[in-house]
Design a protein around this ligand. Structure first.
Ligand SMILES: [Zn+2]
Ligand SMILES: [Zn+2]
Length: 279
């Protein structure tokens, strides 16, 4: 019997975009960052085998499949889809992708209840300090989606299925089961929303992708102490290159300096002055 996969009842297309929408960037020889409206997906690997990190905005599956085929050839499909977390802008097209490709999905076990209809995320904080996107956030899809048995927990030994040499790192705060992916060999980091390189709460900065290493998007972040610890954890890895869930990829000294600065001054730079998830 075919399993029912569904989005939440509040699923819809979200009309926000950026100048980089539809643009892809080769970050290392096997990491390609593709911007879909305002969120980044990563294609990791090559035409012999690749995996997709995150699944974009609602109603974008066709574009994502087209991008994959233009990189890896017609009828290509990933070996797996790995989710950094389950917010709507990271799982927006996952059902169409899984139905098209029929591949497994992996997420942290603490994120799985939100991906299998059992738990809903706390309401986004539209009152949080930080501009128009926060004001829009009550309109964002937030009901849990149902991926059934397609989604599996990441292995406890911190390896990432299908991605040799990569480890997942639990980086909660923005979401309970948020993970970042790190490869020791070249110290490449896929950070999800643990930190981002654009101030996601400014509609203007999102539109023009003004670069700034900053904390996680505010309206969805519910635990600021954990979010700070997660940024410290990632800064300690001393990554040489990072792709974040929002904003442009960042490398070298610029990454090092700005990530250290964020870790050191997290409360000043990232923690909002007011909002309902501040204790
Ligand atoms: Zn998020
Ligand atoms: Zn996000």
């Amino acid at each position: 019997m075919k399993e029912e996969l569904n989005y939440g009842d509040d699923y819809k297309y979200i009309p926000v975009t950026s100048i980089l929408s539809g643009v892809g960037q080769q970050v290392t020889n096997d990491i390609y960052c593709y911007t879909n409206q305002v969120v980044n997906l990563c294609f990791v690997g090559n035409s012999d085998g690749w995996s997709l990190i995150d699944a974009g905005m609602p109603r974008s599956a066709e574009k994502i499949i087209k991008e994959a085929e233009s990189r890896f050839g017609p009828n290509t499909r990933p070996e797996a889809i790995i989710l950094t977390h389950g917010h709507f802008d990271h799982v927006g097209s996952i059902i169409e992708l899984v139905e098209h490709w029929n591949v497994p999905i992996y997420a942290h076990e603490m994120e799985i209840p939100y991906l299998t209809g059992q738990k809903r995320y706390a309401d986004p904080d539209s009152s949080v300090e930080g501009g128009l996107v926060a004001r829009m956030s009550p309109y964002f899809p937030n009901e849990p989606i149902q991926l059934g048995t397609h989604v599996k927990p990441l292995p406890e030994n911190r390896t990432v299925p299908t991605l040799d040499g990569w480890k997942w790192i639990h980086t909660p705060g923005h979401a309970p089961g948020h993970v970042s992916l790190f490869r020791e060999e070249d110290r490449a980091l896929i950070a999800g929303d643990a930190f981002v390189t654009v101030r996601q709460d400014s509609l203007f900065k999102v539109l023009v992708q003004d670069r700034e290493v900053t904390g996680p998007p505010r309206y969805f972040t519910t635990d600021w102490d954990l979010a700070r610890e997660s940024v410290t954890k990632l800064a300690c890895l001393n990554p040489t290159v990072a792709v974040t869930g929002h904003g442009v990829p960042i490398k070298g000294e610029v990454l090092k300096d700005n990530l250290e600065k964020l870790a050191k001054n997290f409360d000043d730079m990232a923690r909002p002055d007011y909002g309902k998830y501040l204790n």
